[in-house]
Write a protein of this length. Sequence first.
Length: 364
Amino acid sequence: MKVETKSFSLTRGCVILSFMIPTSSRVISISTATILKTIAILIALAVLWLIRDIVLYMFMAVLLAGVMYPFARFAAKHHFPKGLAVILFYLALFGVIGLLLSLLIPVIINESRNFSSTFGGITWMNDGMNVLKEFSDRHGFSQGLRSSLNGLESQAPSTLRSIVTVVTSIFGGIAGFIIVLVLSFYLIVEDAALRKLFLNIIPLPYQEFVAQAGGGIIDKLGSWLRGQLVLGLIIGIMYFMGFTLIGLPYAILLAVFGGLLEFIPYVGPFIAAVPAVFLAFSDSPLKAGITLIVIVIIQQLENNIIVPKVMQKAVGLNPIVSIVAFMIGAKLFGVVGAIFAIPVATAISVAWSEGARFRREHVA
């Protein structure tokens, strides 16, 4: 009977592991170049993780540059300086944001204060909680039910503060916001110089691929952000109109909350519905039911009419890929990851498509 033997041999540029078996032989060959490439990729991923805050700033700068790029391209086509066009864009953007904030912030602050004090005066809900408490005590149920209801009340005032915290964590404060603005400015104004710099670094056979992929990523990301802004604005207006018609208090606060949560795919609309329906219970269960119907109608209009019109060709991701990307982003980076999961997946998809096209043409 033959005994299995193992042999190890080292050849030029290649490590060969040979397993000799009586009936057959298997040879696993791993080139040194493959090993080095794998190590380099792992090191690159580790470095990206260490500088993830800087990567986030750069990614946001690319997003903003993608929004401004069509405007700057139109200005350059009509012999208008791109730098001045970007400055005018910033001034117009800040002017609109300042106007909206000056109109909305006093109302939102006032409604937030009233919102936080509303739940203490909900008589029928307090009576209902007392009935539930008596029922729970009588039948030996856990006190978790009462704690859950009280927890819902205590969470309501912190809703607006949570939004501010998320926005602050994204931009990293005023310094991070300024960095994003400056990076976006130079990405637009110095695009030719940056393109030349990258082409000097990248090997000649891959320059066309990098140029096509880079341009496609910026266009896609800009389309995504513009679509999300328009979508959030439309949904916020629809919430405000619907809540005002049914007489729901704090309509502006709830509308702003719902519009901002449109940036969180899939779960954002459900989160936005919770405070509106819960607040409607302060009046009556009937109004809560009507509020839920209004929200469902708005979501149906969004999913079947608004999103296909506003976001068509903006992302173009397979729904399964979008969901998986959303879950991975939320798991790794929380709310920030959930917001940017779709655009990151979109950028990867564009690079992958351009790479496949490049390989087909290169092989051909």
